[in-house]
Design a protein around this ligand. Structure first.
Ligand code: BJ8
Length: 422
């Protein structure tokens, strides 16, 4: 990595502790990613983004701030980035996916809190992630109990705006989410000093839709019998989508898709014929959480789809671009975002329908229901997910894990046995 020490110091980071993370990440990335054979050449871009993960993009965000722009940090796929970008601000995902940050979170949170929350709080309070330092305002939501309480702790250290997400999908709930988006628009306008006009909102809706289209195009290659790209690589791209510049990301992902088109025409597959096709469903896999993909793809399987927030929930369905007033555009945003099926909703039949539909579209041999430890929402819903998959005749394996590596061997045994029986 280039030398960003000065930048990190200026951000008030604990540079010495952060050095430890910088030491382990390249090794982990090398083991999981660079060891793969026959990767598409266009993966170079994403390799570069990860190699410079705490350097290049943070430097761009700081540059934006120097010009008077604001940066908003988000933690959930219900928060509409479109509003942020329409105010000439930048939205960046902040979810922590590494065990490195968990002990910091445990200083203030109960141990039996989900690792995603602990890592996110730890990254902020321990001052060991530039993105968490840079964001001028955090945008939380009322999805799960752990997050709701974590916002209160974070708000003691950084401005936090919390969006009240309804947890049912009646018409009045969609209206109430539209109202929350209107409030958010006002908060963003006041914080940035920039007005969000219909024209600007139309442009940002278009930009984020383009990102979704690029991801949709990428995922479509995974429906092929011959897979021109690994599941691991697609996961990495999905994770990068949360913090890269949206326009550049769409451009680079479309470039990769052009290469994949050629690979399909040439009959190239990165897996041997007969490799079992696995879909993952469950809690999100924030960067650098590559554990399950790596286990599946080194145990005779290929991950062909993720019904996750780092997956289909992030890009499926576009925001209607035909609306011309801010009010109508916000209704269209609410409509699109309320179509996401997170386990925090009740009832949540939509997610079960999605899982069965995706299992068919991606021709999967089996589904692994992955649950982050202490996430009771997805854990409880796992009962229904697994029962309905069995009813549909789709083999399913439920696993619970967190960010530590100590259960990797045990998981490998279970995953290998599952793949073998498919
Ligand atoms: S839309 S999945 S990003 S809330 S933090 S719920 S794992 S206990 S992340 Fe999420 Fe939005 Fe839903 Fe997606 Fe469980 Fe952990 Fe809570 Fe979590």
């Amino acid at each position: 990595m280039a030398d960003y020490r000065k930048m990190w110091e200026d951000l008030g980071m604990d540079v010495d502790t952060h050095d430890q993370l910088c030491e382990v990440l390249p090794q982990a990335f090398g083991d999981v990613y660079l060891s793969q054979e026959n990767r598409p050449e266009s993966m170079d871009y994403y390799n570069f983004v990860v190699a410079e993960i705490h350097g290049v993009r943070p430097a761009e965000l700081i540059e934006h701030q120097k010009k008077g722009g604001k940066v908003f940090g988000t933690f959930c796929v219900y928060v509409p980035d479109e509003i942020v970008f329409a105010a000439d601000a930048i939205a960046t995902g902040l979810c922590g996916g590494s065990q490195f940050w968990v002990p910091g979170g445990e200083k203030v949170l109960p141990t039996n809190t989900c690792p995603l929350i602990k890592a996110s709080v730890g990254a902020r309070l321990d001052r060991t992630c530039p993105f968490f330092r840079i964001a001028d305002m955090y945008v939380g939501e009322t999805t799960c109990d752990g997050k709701k309480k974590a916002w209160e702790i974070l708000a003691e250290d950084v401005p936090v705006h919390v969006m009240d997400l309804p947890q049912m999908k009646r018409e009045k709930d969609v209206c109430s989410w539209a109202d929350e988006i209107r409030t958010f628009k006002k908060v963003v306008e006041d914080f940035t000093g920039n007005e969000i006009t219909a024209e600007k909102l139309a442009a940002s809706i278009h930009m984020i839709n383009n990102k979704r289209k690029a991801l949709e195009r990428l995922y479509a290659f995974r429906k092929n019998d011959k897979l021109p790209i690994s599941g691991k690589d697609v996961l990495l791209i999905s994770q990068i989508a949360f913090y890269d510049d949206p326009t550049r990301f769409a451009e680079m992902t479309n470039k990769l898709c052009d290469e994949l088109e050629q690979r399909v025409a040439d009959g190239i597959s990165v897996f041997p014929e007969g490799t079992k096709r696995i879909m993952l469903t469950g809690t999100p896999l924030a960067i650098p959480n590559w554990k399950i993909h790596n286990l599946v793809e080194t145990s005779g399987g290929a991950v062909v789809c993720e019904e996750m927030c780092t997956g289909t929930r992030y890009f499926e369905r576009l925001v209607d671009e035909t609306k011309t007033t801010v009010d109508e555009q916000i209704d269209a945003l609410a409509e699109r975002y309320m179509g996401i099926n997170c386990a925090c909703f009740t009832p949540n039949h939509g997610r079960i329908d999605d899982i069965i539909r995706l299992a068919k579209e991606y021709k999967v041999d089996g589904v692994i229901d992955v649950n982050l430890k202490f996430c009771s929402l997805y854990d409880v819903e796992g009962y229904t997910v697994e029962r309905e998959l069995q009813k549909a005749g789709i083999p399913v394996l439920g696993i619970e894990t967190d960010y530590v590596d100590s259960d990797a061997q045990q998981l490998r045994t279970r995953i290998s046995a599952f793949i073998e029986m498919l």
